[in-house]
Design a protein around this ligand. Sequence first.
Ligand SMILES: [Cu+2]
Length: 145
Amino acid sequence: MSIRLMPLVLLAVATASTASPRARCAPVVTDAWIRMTPMMPMGAGFFSLRNPCRAAVVLTGVRSNRFGDTSMHVTRVEGGVSRMRPLPRVVLRPGERADFRPGGRHLMLMAPDTTVAPGSKVRIDLLLGDGRRIPVDFDVRTAAP
Ligand SMILES: [Cu+2]
């Protein structure tokens, strides 16, 4: 092996080690809660997502078997009117954090099943661009903690 090939070999070894599922660095979720308004057939999900990894993390959506339909939204004031827009993805560079909170980014959680009630917990999977799913237990509340 020539000395010029060495960096390529080292790169291949590093790539192989990060490909191991157990060794994969994962984003960290905190303060996960869902606001359910009594008599309304929908909820809004909030949380903070932090990327402590050396590679970017892309959040592409969420899934939960407790809701008929789930999506990501962002609320923006346009022309003095507050509007919700679809949020296709959130990209977090290494060290970055994204907050989903009332008045901004949120999970739109439509058609909850009948057991989604304040005081309970609901599992929602965060879907990442690399195919991973991060399961998160959200506290169900009627108002912000
Ligand atoms: Cu919304």
